[in-house]
Design a protein around this ligand. Structure first.
Ligand code: AMP
Ligand code: MG
Length: 411
């Protein structure tokens, strides 16, 4: 089988070209966290909708309290959610709570702590002057009716959702969460807790990949561990394709001898088999499998070695899922130019190496990384607790004190 030898940048371009943005759907606000808006949101209302008090205190005319102390009759009281039953006349005060509408005739609020209740609340002594407009939150102060609150492409984070609620955007077009089928392949894999027989190992990739998929905001769908059996694999792949937006497999794409995943995908899907100039995660497959109606569904074939699976997810699958869900650059994790506190050694082999390391911000404000645990592609335990993925260009590594690009793995 011919393999296309590419750089990681070329590989990512090829994969991203297969994974266009999903068509927008109408999303309910309650389900919108993490989604990307597909339209601009224009406010149909002023926020706040009416001039209201920023404090608990007394609504007055600033001119009436220009000389203090001064005593005024308290002619009404307005709580949040209520409206004044009468306007304020010159020489009067109206007791007002935070968020209550400022009565007509008043132009400022005096903070309650600067006042004294007299005659059981019938009168108030005011000890501080206010300027006109003080502590009055004007209508539309936050958002004016007709203004664009968010543009298409905005990610609905918690505070964005709060603003959407405040402008009564109860549902709107957004890019949906991708439904991502995850399956692992291999006769050696055991995932039901039973004792290991000869040659068997515990399944780990699917467990990890389901969680990595969920972490992107996509919906992970578990298609199980599939035996190295052509018929079983074809059934699983077709079921995954029919019900999901993209399929991620692990195992069976390496340069080894005859492999069931390669055999089945080569037969039923339009695949490109890559040899990427990186370590780990050199083998990778991508392509499309068509549904009965002809619609192509992208397939990403990740290598089986657990660390390779992790690294190819980060470098290729995660950007693909994010693009499908409407995110724009950066599609990769946040990157930063870090300082290597220890030498990061490697050998020259024509590949870019990705080392899983520990890092953190130092007192100098820079991010620092140090050489970490074992880097074997089967040694997931050491990589599992790493929080930085360092990119080491071809050569003999990075000297202590030198700069190194890292991707921050923990959000
Ligand atoms: P493969 O890519 O199928 O040739 O597998 C490469 C290595 O990764 C082999 O040692 C497999 O046993 C191991 N492997 C494959 N899939 C998994 C998995 N889902 N969980 C843990 N190890 C796996
Ligand atoms: Mg295998």
């Amino acid at each position: 089988m011919d393999r296309l030898r590419v750089s990681i940048v070329e590989a990512r371009e090829l994969v991203l070209a297969e994974c266009p943005r999903l068509a927008p759907v109408t999303v309910e606000l309650a389900d919108a966290i993490g989604r990307v808006l597909a339209v601009d949101i224009v406010s149909p209302e002023d926020v706040p909708p009416f001039a209201n008090s920023a404090l608990d205190g007394y609504a007055v005319l600033a001119a009436d309290v220009a000389t203090v102390p001064v005593e005024l009759p308290v002619v009404a009281e307005i709580a949040a959610g209520a409206a004044a039953d009468r306007p304020l006349a010159p020489g009067e005060a109206i007791r007002i709570m935070t968020g209550a509408p400022v009565p007509a005739g008043a132009d400022a609020i005096v903070l309650v702590e600067r006042t004294e209740r007299l005659d059981g609340g019938a009168r108030v002594r005011i000890h501080e002057t206010v300027r006109s407009g003080q502590a009055v939150r004007g209508a539309g102060d936050d958002i004016a009716v007709g203004s664009t609150v968010f543009t298409a492409g905005t990610v609905v984070r918690p505070a964005v959702a709060g603003v959407l609620a405040s402008v009564n955007a109860r549902s709107f077009p957004a890019v949906p969460a991708a439904r991502v089928a995850v399956l692992s392949t291999g006769d050696e894999l055991i995932d039901d807790g039973s004792p290991l027989g000869p040659g068997q190992i515990r399944e780990s990739n699917k467990t990890m990949l389901l969680a990595l998929v969920a972490e992107t905001g996509a919906t992970a769908v578990d298609f199980g561990v599939i035996r190295d059996d052509e018929a079983a694999l074809e059934v699983a792949l077709r079921a995954a394709t029919d019900t999901c937006d993209i399929v991620i497999t692990s195992g069976g794409v390496s340069m080894g001898d005859y492999d069931v995943v390669k055999a089945v995908l080569s037969r039923i899907a339009e695949m490109t088999w890559l040899e990427i100039a990186i370590k780990p995660a050199k083998p990778f497959a991508f392509g499309r499998l068509r549904r009965a109606d002809g619609r192509p569904v992208p397939i990403l074939g990740l290598p089986g070695n657990p660390v390779s699976s992790l690294v190819s997810f980060e470098l290729l699958a995660r950007p693909a899922l994010r693009q499908m869900m409407g995110h724009t650059e950066p599609l990769l994790r946040q990157s930063i130019v870090a300082v290597a506190d220890t030498p990061l050694r490697r050998s020259t082999d024509g590949k870019v190496h990705y080392q899983r390391l520990h890092g953190g911000f130092g007192a100098d404000g820079r991010y620092h990384v140090s050489a970490g645990g074992p880097q074997g592609s089967h040694q997931l335990a050491a990589s599992a607790v790493a929080n930085a993925l360092a990119e080491l260009p071809d050569g003999d590594g990075v000297a202590a004190g030198s700069d190194v690009l890292v991707y921050l793995l923990s959000s």
